[in-house]
Design a protein around this ligand. Structure first.
Ligand SMILES: NC(=O)c1ccc[n+]([C@@H]2O[C@H](COP(=O)([O-])OP(=O)(O)OC[C@H]3O[C@@H](n4cnc5c(N)ncnc54)[C@H](OP(=O)(O)O)[C@@H]3O)[C@@H](O)[C@H]2O)c1
Length: 289
C-alpha cells in the first residue's frame, strides 16, 4: 500500500516536472524530445495546417518523429508542406486531405480515412479557426455566425470525430486550440470570437471530465494562446505581448507534449494575465482588450 502511494506520488511529480519544464523552457524541452524522437511510430492529425500555428505545429511534430495527417482548404500549401517535411524527415509519413471543417459530414469522413490509412491516430489537434468576428448589433450577424460555426460547431464535429476514433482504439490525445480571449467576455470585434473559444474550452473540459468518469485512457488538453503573429492577425498594429509564430508554436507543442490539461501560452506572461483577466472589473478589461 505504502509502495503504491510512493509510486503514485513519484509519478505525479514526474508529470508536473514535465509540465513545468515544457511550459517554462519550451526550446530546450523540445530539443530533448527531438533527440529521443518521441513521436516515432505515432500519428498526429492537425486541422488548419496550411498556415500559422497549424503549419508550425506540423513542422515541430515532424521534428519529433511523428507521422503527419494534415488538412485544410488550401491544399497547394499542404502539398508544399508535405514535400518539405518528407525531404527533411525521410523516416516519417505525411498525408494530406482537403477539408472545410464547416462541412461536418466531411470532417468525419476525412478523420476516419486518416485512421484507416495510418492504422491509428494517437493525437488530434483541433486547430482550424477564424478571427473575423464583428461588434454585436451592427449588422454583421452572418460574419459572427460563421465565426461561431467554424470555431465552435465545426470544432465540436472535430472533437466527435476524434473521440469516435480514440474510443475505438482505447487511447488517444485530444488537443483543442482555444484562446486567451476565452477567459472573459470581451468587447468590440472580440465578442463572438471570445465566446466561441470559451465554448470550445468548456467543451474540452467536459470531455476531460467524462474521461475521468468512464476511466478511459484518453487525454484532453486545452491550449489558450496569447497573441501570436500569424495570418489571423495580419496587418494589425503591434498586439500586447505578441510573439512570432516560431516562439508561439514551440510553446504550444511543448505544453502538448508535457500532457497538460490546460495551458496559457507562452506561459509568461499569459498564465499570470489569465488570473488578472478572470478578476479585473470589466472597465479595466476593456482598456486591455
Ligand atoms: N495567432 C494567434 O494570436 C492566436 C491566438 C489564440 C488562438 N489562436 C487560434 O489558433 C488557431 C490557428 O490560427 P492561426 O493563428 O494559425 O491563424 P491562421 O494562420 O489564419 O490559420 C488558420 C488555419 O485555419 C484554417 N481554416 C480556417 N477556416 C477553415 C475552414 N472552414 N476549414 C478548414 N480549415 C480552416 C486555415 O486553413 P485554410 O484557409 O487553408 O482552410 C488555416 O490553416 C485558430 O483556431 C485561432 O483562433 C490564434
Amino acid at each position: 500500500m505504502q509502495n503504491k502511494l510512493i509510486k503514485l506520488v513519484a509519478k505525479s511529480a514526474r508529470h508536473s516536472k514535465n509540465q513545468i519544464v515544457g511550459a517554462v523552457r519550451p526550446t530546450s524541452y523540445l530539443k530533448d524530445l527531438s533527440k529521443q524522437q518521441v513521436g516515432t511510430g505515432k500519428t498526429v492529425l492537425i486541422t488548419g495546417a496550411s498556415s500559422g500555428l497549424g503549419e508550425g505545429m506540423a513542422r515541430l511534430f515532424a521534428s519529433l518523429g511523428y507521422n503527419l495527417a494534415i488538412c485544410a482548404r488550401r491544399t497547394d500549401r499542404l502539398e508544399h508542406l508535405k514535400s518539405e517535411m518528407m525531404d527533411k524527415y525521410p523516416d516519417i509519413r505525411v498525408e494530406y486531405q482537403a477539408l472545410d471543417v464547416s462541412d461536418y459530414d466531411t470532417v468525419f469522413q476525412v478523420f476516419d480515412a486518416f485512421a484507416d490509412d495510418f492504422g491509428s491516430i494517437e493525437r488530434v489537434v483541433v486547430n482550424a479557426g477564424i478571427g473575423d468576428s464583428r461588434r454585436i448589433g451592427k449588422g454583421h450577424f452572418e460574419t459572427n455566425r460563421r465565426t461561431a460555426d467554424v470555431n465552435f460547431v465545426a470544432a465540436l464535429a472535430q472533437c466527435e470525430a476524434a473521440m469516435n476514433i480514440f474510443r475505438a482504439q482505447n487511447n488517444g490525445h485530444l488537443v483543442v486550440i482555444s484562446s486567451m480571449s476565452a477567459m472573459r467576455g470581451l468587447p468590440r470585434h472580440l465578442t463572438t470570437y471570445g465566446a466561441s473559444k470559451a465554448g470550445l474550452a468548456h467543451l474540452a473540459e467536459g470531455i476531460r471530465a467524462d474521461m475521468l468518469l468512464t476511466n478511459l485512457p484518453i487525454k484532453v488538453s486545452t491550449i489558450y494562446p496569447g497573441y501570436i503573429r500569424t495570418e489571423i492577425n495580419e496587418g494589425s498594429k503591434p498586439l500586447p505581448f505578441e510573439v512570432d509564430t516560431d516562439t508561439g508554436t514551440k510553446a504550444i507543442v511543448a505544453a502538448i507534449e508535457a500532457g497538460v490539461d490546460e495551458a496559457c501560452v507562452p506561459s509568461l506572461p499569459w498564465s499570470m494575465v489569465s488570473h488578472a483577466m478572470k478578476h479585473l472589473p470589466l472597465q479595466v478589461m476593456n482598456k486591455l482588450s
